[in-house]
Design a protein around this ligand. Structure first.
Ligand code: TPP
Ligand code: MG
Length: 334
């Protein structure tokens, strides 16, 4: 991996030391929240976990370019890193994970991973994969009609590009030059199905057929993702239209806490990808460029672990949602 050694990559991207530490901290926070979530699941305190592990660079590198509360994010279930960067807190995530009343996403009514915040313009996903793409495209149309320079970002896994919604959204966005970014986090699997049985050809190249750029990027390299996303965001704000980003990455964990991935993939494959772990790679870049010493790194991690522990115990002790409240906000008038 020679790319880490080319010192001033971040300078070429207009990122200073403060930016780099924010990027690193955000990736590590997402990882630690995720790890804690699995522990809560194994303790019987969280019914279901769906993980972002391995995809932190794709998420943080993209979200770092957005204006929270102005741009719109249509995340998918793995995007906890993105939502944390935009302003959701570890406490919010644990409250949601454990179905607590204070859960800001849905008051404990929704499955974890359905991130939602009116203040932050994060729009909840629906359960069928891919329905977020036409919704985000509609929001981009609204930005354009109002003459605003906002950007809508819609995210999903590679398998969601096999559905019709994705193609319809891509086509509509291409026709009307809309300020929407499609971020595909290609993590190689759709539950147990490897991408070779799910996706024909290149995802990134499909954008050309819809009349706008498609970029394939190393999704485990946060600086490469940042560069691609910055180009896409700048282009959208200028009014030049959509961009598709295919971030090539890997799902380190099983599909969810209910999945046993030993049934369909070799442990060696996971170990190979662990060597390309986006957090370790970025650590290496930072340390090779004397931007993050061992002591500072450990202090940051200790601080994050303490923050996560505090958030987790707050949520554990919080009240459950009231069963009588289950239909509030579900049906009109309820
Ligand atoms: C339309 C639809 N079909 C099937 C499912 C069941 N399902 C949930 S997640 C998933 C895998 C999606 O894979 P991908 O888009 O690659 O995302 P990943 O989970 O790998 O991040 C499937 C098939 C669903 N939710 N919606
Ligand atoms: Mg996938």
């Amino acid at each position: 991996m020679t790319i880490e050694k080319t010192g001033a990559r971040h300078e070429a991207l207009g990122l200073d030391e403060v930016d780099l530490k924010k990027l690193y901290r955000a990736m590590l926070l997402a990882r630690r929240v995720d790890e804690r979530s699995w522990i809560l699941n194994r303790q019987g305190k969280a019914a279901f976990v769906i993980s972002c592990q391995g995809q932190e660079a794709a998420q943080i590198g993209t979200a770092y370019n957005l204006r929270p509360g102005y741009d719109y994010l249509y995340p998918y279930y793995r995007d906890s890193g993105m939502t944390l960067l935009l302003g959701q807190t570890p406490r919010d995530q644990f409250l949601s994970l454990m179905g607590k009343k204070e859960d800001p996403n849905s008051g404990g009514r929704q499955m974890p991973g359905h991130f939602s915040s009116r203040e932050l313009n994060i729009v909840t996903a629906s359960a069928p994969v891919g329905v977020q793409y036409p919704q985000a495209t509609g929001t981009a149309l609204a930005f354009k009609m109002r003459g605003e320079d906002g950007v809508a970002v819609a995210c999903g896994g590679e398998a969601s590009t096999s559905g019709g919604d994705w193609h319809e959204a891509m086509n509509f966005a291409g026709i009307h030059d809309l300020p929407v970014i499609f971020l595909i986090e290609n993590n190689v699997y759709a539950i147990s199905v490897p991408s070779k049985f799910q996706v024909a050809g290149s995802i990134a190249k499909r954008a050309e057929g819809y009349g706008f750029p498609g970029v394939e990027v190393d999704g485990n390299d946060v600086l490469a993702v940042h560069e691609a996303a910055k180009g896409a965001v700048d282009r959208a704000r200028r009014g030049d239209g959509p961009t598709l980003i295919e971030a090539k990455t890997y799902r380190i964990t099983a599909h969810s806490s209910d999945d046993d991935d030993r049934r369909y993939r070799e442990r060696e494959e996971i170990e190979e990808w662990r060597l390309k772990d986006p957090i370790i790679r970025f650590e290496k870049y930072l340390s090779e460029n004397d931007l993050l010493g061992e002591g500072e790194k450990e202090a940051m991690d200790r601080e994050i672990i303490a923050e996560v522990a505090e958030a987790s115990s707050y949520a554990e002790n919080a009240a459950f949602a009231d069963p009588d409240d289950v239909l509030t906000g579900v049906y009109a008038g309820a």
